[in-house]
Design a protein around this ligand. Sequence first.
Ligand SMILES: Cc1ncc(COP(=O)(O)OP(=O)(O)O)c(N)n1
Ligand SMILES: Cc1nc(C(=O)O)sc1CCOP(=O)(O)O
Ligand SMILES: [Mg+2]
Length: 219
Amino acid sequence: MPGLDATRIRRRLADARLYLCTPTRPDLAEFADAALAGGVDVVQLRDKGLEAKQEIAALEVLAEACARHGALLAVNDRADIAAAVDADVLHLGQDDLPVPVARRLVGERIAIGRSTHDVAQARAAAGEAGVDYFCTGPCWPTPTKPGRPAPGLDLVRATAGTTERPWFAIGGIDRERLPEVLAAGAERVVVVRAITEAEDPRAAASWLKFQLEAVQSSA
Ligand SMILES: Cc1ncc(COP(=O)(O)OP(=O)(O)O)c(N)n1
Ligand SMILES: Cc1nc(C(=O)O)sc1CCOP(=O)(O)O
Ligand SMILES: [Mg+2]
């Protein structure tokens, strides 16, 4: 199945509010369907333990779910795998492939995202050629990324209102903390545990999305 074209991917990124990173799991298709039905806009497979063949297999499951729900499929770290599965998005951290190198490997269609952890990195990602969105965090220390110091909501406040490029707050965000993140100026968030560990992933996603859209419509 041909993927979305470059323009549609960027339009959907601009409209995206809720981004989920998930490891693979035995119920991956059902879990993804539930999260997407709840309003997740972008799904990234983030599973450091997988060999390439298993990663591609899990991404194929997520690709079908994303196609059913009109959501974007993201690959973490691996430009080769993003190209292999015709992903919509490749996410790169500060210690991953340099953006120009990844861009050469994936071409112009796939959107590239960047992690940032301080104001200088966020400013650089907001201006760097080839970057389509960036993330700021962690907002709170998180066991999902052990050892990563948290710049906290100060980085969200320092980023809000400074760029037209889509950006997401990440790290330790759940339904209780989301209002603080929104009050600090974020309009988009990335979550892991808030949905992957929820008893009802659809309800968890739906509540996060409701709060994100409520801020949007009151702005
Ligand atoms: C959407 C999104 N934001 C941030 C990250 C973290 O990327 P990175 O710093 O490279 O850490 P790893 O996830 O690779 O451990 C992400 N994956 N996705
Ligand atoms: C994968 C990742 N990257 C981060 C960053 O700050 O770049 S924080 C993070 C983990 C976020 O997990 P949870 O929602 O479970 O706290
Ligand atoms: Mg990475």
